[in-house]
Design a protein around this ligand. Structure first.
Ligand code: FEO
Ligand code: CA
Ligand code: CA
Ligand code: CA
Length: 620
């Protein structure tokens, strides 16, 4: 079977040198932008009317579209599940309801292997909870009075939901009685650890002397769909879940490298010793991985694929080498961390799905060094090679993977401005990386050219052969080039850089997630524009031709929210998005918004939304 996915043979032509030069050299922004700053552009292939800049307590979508609130935190997803009651939520209820703070959305067509755009499984990450909103009046001081029952409720609001959905007479509905519907949580979902670090002595705990079984997943940010129709979900900010002190334990330095230094937001460690860094110093080594889930088999056990490395994975994106091996890209979202690529040892088997079951357990993980001559070198993280030896504390490949960050640093990888999603464009064969921001940067380089980088930017990797529609995603050396540098282009000293025809609504800050529509145009979401008095939301642009990097505003979130998870159906007529943490930064009594319910006493809650054109045609 095949999920809708890029085929290495199906790429469209690439931008010419002239088009590439539409983006002028950094530092000449004012001269590039000034003559056209407010001009209405005709150079884009996108035809939607751009949304006007807005910042209020509602969501807004470009004219000619509908945006339907589809699944809110607490909405039942099983037949007979209890209704959401913010003052009487229990773990038992929440376990049968949609989780909190939606992020990644994958649409997996039904039947499996089809390209249906009217029937499928929505696979949605629930990255975190805001306890002050979840427990009105109890948690407002962060005074840590959380009972075990409250911790259990927080835990089951995390994780992942799989929900069967169908479009009937143009309207999407949930199939509550579907056998596929499933909640995956850190409280009670057993998972396997697989690959070179599975069974390692640093993975063994009191609860799991094998080092091969772990309970659950959390901090699941973005994700992606594999070519064989599974989803992979990222474990990102795991440091907020482990309390206690790691000082004096064998893992003290390793935990410091992952910021596991009692930066705890939760109290799980008070009720579950496995979350206590002193009591169980190996437990954090079992988080920070990519987790593979088969949504088409509701009885399947999720697998943490250790071959892909351990760090704060933002998400994952897939492409192929010319001989059919699978390349997997992933960013490590923290200031001065790195971008990684894993290439499988075996080729993808198109005809026999089961043959791909363990393809992610054997291959080579590499990390990116961005050279100032606009080349990119992939440095392999292979035990015994270079600095990755016992002299530096690496006694096997398991050590290298558990401490991927330290290994990458020793190899000379380029520290980046917070790598968020890194996603291959299935039409062009190039790869887009969002670097969200890094206000701590002082030393600049070509790929991170701004000190005190408040706005972030996006760069594009150019694997050899991409111009011939035969990109080699296994090559050691790529080219790369900027796509855009975010921020306000009318500020001469901002360093912002877009297409010269950018409108006053078209600029943004802090790119985070992205997807590509069926024509290969980029749709990118932001997390942080609100710091510059703009709503976070969604922008779209061509990636080739005269409209390259001409970002146009499409969707604005309610105040406090970031936009996550953009995902199209295969035909491009439906766009799923997540509105994450509406009202963040305000207390329960006076939240800046009570979106989407707008009822006194009901907290703002994250939701998956469905966007369609009013005429039903493909969006864009
Ligand atoms: Fe969960 Fe990097 O955002
Ligand atoms: Ca987030
Ligand atoms: Ca993110
Ligand atoms: Ca972010």
């Amino acid at each position: 079977m095949m999920a809708p996915m890029s085929d290495p043979q199906k790429h469209t032509p690439e931008p010419s040198r002239r088009e590439t030069l539409q983006i002028a050299a950094l530092g000449t922004v004012a001269s590039v932008i000034a003559p056209h700053a407010q001009a209405a552009s005709t150079s884009s292939t996108l035809t939607f009317t751009e949304l006007e800049r807005v910042l209020d307590d509602h969501h807004h979508v470009a004219p000619g579209h509908t945006a339907q609130v589809f699944l809110r935190q607490g909405d039942p997803i099983f037949a007979g599940a209890p209704k959401y009651d913010p003052l009487a939520q229990t773990a038992g209820a929440q376990k049968r309801q949609f989780g909190s703070e939606s992020d990644y959305i994958g649409f997996m067509p039904l039947p499996m292997g089809s390209t249906s755009s009217t029937s499928g499984l929505l696979c949605v990450n629930h990255e975190m909870v805001h306890s002050t909103l979840m427990f009105p009046g109890v948690m407002e001081q962060y005074d840590d009075k959380r009972s075990k029952e409250m911790c259990d409720l927080e835990m089951v609001a995390h994780g992942h939901s799989i929900v069967e959905v169908a479009r009937i007479d143009g309207k999407w509905t949930v199939k509550y009685d579907s056998p596929y519907n499933r909640r995956i949580t850190p409280l009670d979902t057993a998972m396997a650890l697989t690959g070179p670090a599975a069974g390692h002595k640093r993975m063994k705990t009191r609860d799991d002397p094998t080092g091969r079984r772990v309970l659950g997943t959390f901090a699941n940010c973005a994700g992606g769909e594999t070519p064989w129709g599974t989803v992979m979900i990222a474990e990102e900010n795991i440091q907020h879940y482990f309390g206690g002190s790691p000082r004096g334990t064998s893992e003290e330095a390793n935990h410091a490298d992952m910021k596991l230094t009692n930066e705890v937001y939760f109290s799980w460690h008070k009720h579950y010793p496995r979350f206590d860094l002193a009591a169980e110093p190996h437990e954090p080594n079992r988080f920070g991985w990519m987790v593979e889930i088969d949504p088409y088999d509701p009885t399947s056990m999720p697998k943490k694929r250790t071959a892909l490395g351990r760090f704060k994975h933002e998400g994952v994106g897939f492409a192929f080498t010319p001989d059919g091996r699978v390349a997997v890209y992933s960013g490590d979202d923290e200031a001065f961390q790195f971008i990684y690529r894993f290439v499988t040892a075996r080729a993808f088997n198109r005809s026999e799905r089961k043959k791909n079951d363990d393809i992610m357990d054997d291959g080579v993980l590499s990390v990116a060094r961005f050279n100032d001559d606009e080349t990119l070198t992939w440095l392999p993280l292979i035990w015994g090679q270079g600095a990755l030896t016992p002299a530096n504390g690496f006694n096997d490949q398991g050590d290298v993977l558990i401490e991927s960050r330290r290994a990458a640093r020793l190899l000379g990888a380029t520290p980046m401005d917070r790598p968020e999603e890194v996603v291959p464009n299935p039409v062009t064969g190039t790869v887009f990386a969002a670097l969200t921001k890094n206000s701590r940067r002082t030393q600049t380089d070509a790929a991170n050219p701004r000190a005190n980088n408040k706005h972030g930017g996006m760069i594009e990797f150019l694997p050899p052969g991409y111009e011939r529609r035969a990109a080699d995603h296994g090559a050691t050396t790529y080219g790369w080039r900027p796509f855009l540098w975010a921020g306000d282009p009318t500020q001469a000293d901002s360093g912002a850089q877009y297409n010269a025809d950018i409108s006053a609504n078209g600029w943004f800050s802090n790119p985070d997630n992205m997807t590509f529509d069926p024509k290969g145009r980029i749709w990118l979401s932001t997390d942080g524009s609100i710091n510059f008095d703009r709503a976070d939301g969604l922008w779209a642009a061509d990636v080739t031709g005269p409209g390259r990097a001409l970002t146009r505003h499409f969707f604005a979130c309610p105040s406090g929210a970031e936009m996550t998870g953009p995902c199209f159906t295969p035909d491009g007529t439906t766009l799923f998005v997540s509105v994450q943490h509406p009202g963040e930064g305000s207390g329960f009594k006076f939240p800046t918004t009570r979106w989407p319910d707008f009822q006194e006493g009901v907290p703002p809650r994250s939701s998956v939304m469905i966007v369609q054109r009013t005429d039903g045609k493909p969006i864009g």
